[in-house]
Design a protein around this ligand. Structure first.
Ligand SMILES: [Zn+2]
Length: 127
């Protein structure tokens, strides 16, 4: 039973991406629909009559995070989903624009990178 090395590396990447997606989703959840989750640490079992207070606190937190940063989180979430798809298809680490190899160091720093540094820079200058 010999597994190719790349498989375990990819599995590791997917695990890392999924963990990151979960973290982002947790940050997004209280913003959108307040009813989705229980509070992370405050809940002491059953619904207490003070849940209204907690909801208010959650809303206060929600307004604390600006709409702009929420958009950033959602964009990141989508990017991570695309990366996961790429890993599964075996096209991860290939530049979307020029088809070149994205340096491993860049992927390490920016796992959701879909362009090599040159293309990313060119894009950000033009955009
Ligand atoms: Zn490129």
């Amino acid at each position: 039973m010999s597994r190719p090395v790349s498989t375990s590396v990819n599995a590791e990447m997917i695990a890392r991406i999924q963990a990151e997606r979960r973290a982002i989703q947790q940050r997004l959840t209280p913003l959108g629909h307040g009813s989705v989750g229980r509070g992370p640490s405050l809940t002491s079992g059953d619904n207490t009559p003070t849940s209204e207070v907690m909801e208010a606190a959650q809303e206060a937190m929600a307004t604390d995070i600006s709409l702009a940063s929420r958009e950033v989180l959602i964009a990141r979430l989508k990017a991570l989903e695309q990366v996961e798809e790429k890993i599964r298809q075996g096209t991860y680490g290939v530049c979307d624009v020029c088809g070149g190899q994205i340096p491993p160091g860049r992927l390490e720093a920016v796992p959701e990178a879909t362009r090599c540094l040159a293309c990313a820079e060119r894009e950000s200058v033009t955009a």
